[in-house]
Structures are given as C-alpha cells and as structure tokens.
Design a protein around this ligand. Sequence first.
Ligand SMILES: Nc1ncnc2c1ncn2[C@@H]1O[C@H](COP(=O)(O)OP(=O)(O)OP(=O)(O)O)[C@@H](O)[C@H]1O
Length: 246
Amino acid sequence: MITVENLSMDFTGKAGSAKALSDVSFAISAGEILGIVGKSGAGKTTLLRLLSFQMRPNSGRILIDGEPVDHTTSARALRRIVQQSATVFQGFSLLYNRNVVENVALPLKLRGMSRSQREEKARDLLNFVGLAHRARAYPITLSGGEAQRVAIARALVTDPKILFLDEPTSALDSQTSKDILDLVKRTHQTYGVTIVLVSHQIEVVRYMCDRVLHLEQGRIKRLGPIQKAPQFHVETMEQIWGMPDV
Ligand SMILES: Nc1ncnc2c1ncn2[C@@H]1O[C@H](COP(=O)(O)OP(=O)(O)OP(=O)(O)O)[C@@H](O)[C@H]1O
C-alpha cells in the first residue's frame, strides 16, 4: 500500500543543520497496525509528516499502491492521495471557537458537503466514539480523553484508508490511555483502516501493533513483528502505594 524508499530529511536553520531521517526504507501493508517507536528526537514525527505528505523529503520517495508521489504528481492527484489519510495530532488540534460537532464536521465543510449531511455524519462518528452527549460542548470544557475522542471522530469523518496517530496517549492517565487504545482497536476492526501509530511508550505498541519500526537517530534500528501484550497494564494508586486508600 505504502512503500518508502531511501527517505532522508534534514532541517537547516540558523543553528545549523539537523539530520532528522537518514536513508529510511520500509513498506506498510493495507490493514496493518504499524508502530513507530524511538527516543525523543529519533525522527518519529518527521517520518509521520512525510508519510502524510505534510512535507516533502530532501531525498528518497514514497509510493502509494506502486505509484511514486513526487514533484511530477499533479496537485489534483496529490490532493486525492492526501484525502485518503487522516492524522490525529499530538495535543488534539481542536478549534476552540467551535463546538464538538462543528469540530468533527469541519473536514466535510472544507470538502463542500451540506450542513445537514455533515452534521449527520459527524453525529454518527460522535456516537461511535461515545461522545454524542457532548456534541454542543466547547473543547475547553472537555477532559483530555474526551478531546482525544473528538480528534479521532474528526479524523474518521472523511472515511480515510490510513489513520496516522502521533502519540495518542502521551497526555493521558493509564486508564484513559487504555480506553483510547481500545477505541483505536475498535476503529481498526469496524472501519478496516490501516493505522500508523507513533509512540515512545513501549507498552502502547505492545498492546496495539502487529509490527514495529524502531528509529534511532533517524535510522531504522529494527523493523519486524513484536510479541503482542494481551493486556494494557493499568496501575491503580493502591498498587503504587502498596496499601488500600485511607
Ligand atoms: N521543523 C524543524 N526544524 C528544525 N529541526 C527539526 C524540525 N522538526 C524536527 N527537527 C529535528 O529533527 C529531529 C527529529 O525530530 P522529530 O520531531 O521527528 O523526533 P521525534 O522522534 O518525533 O521526537 P519526540 O518524541 O520528542 O516528538 C530532531 O533533532 C529535531 O530537533
């Protein structure tokens, strides 16, 4: 589905040049859940941004279904390719002057869908993520877990084939993390989307992913299947203290 060939990315600024990715090659199969792991600065977010065509690499190329996407790709074809994927960004990226249903419906508004149609679709997705009752709420009033559910609903509203998730649980407590990861699993089963999940939390990828790509200083250190953990470990305060609550 996606083939990555010899991708490299440098960032050049006043402070000099930072090599974010060096000669990265791999493939993503339709329907899989691929984890991208690595320490801070390893190049995870850069790779995600290249895969979702938010920026172009310095060298190397990405092929979608065997077709290279590069400077020869027409704007129209590129838009169609970009529209096949959706990204859930770190920090949710919700619009704070719009309520929940308007946030979820926004990508459909940008595609010119009528108000009634986009609201109906957005409400279906809010139902799916368990937030129908918060449709008229404003993002400032949401918990982190609720905001992440809204961000996932908004990503799904355009029926993407590929879902990119950047650190979907890094800002959440362990129980809320588990709830969100279970929602992502349900999304995978229900919609059959291919998922690329960036995380620095190894327990997240062990719970979620079929295969893992381990980046170190912009290079692939390892790529392959990992032994899945059947449970996502949620520690209670009681377990941490080793005694019951007072
Ligand atoms: N827009 C940019 N301008 C300059 N340097 C950048 C830019 N984006 C990333 N970098 C640099 O590229 C390298 C990889 O960054 P990236 O954000 O991809 O890492 P990461 O693995 O996602 O890290 P984290 O887990 O902390 O988010 C780092 O050295 C970073 O400083």
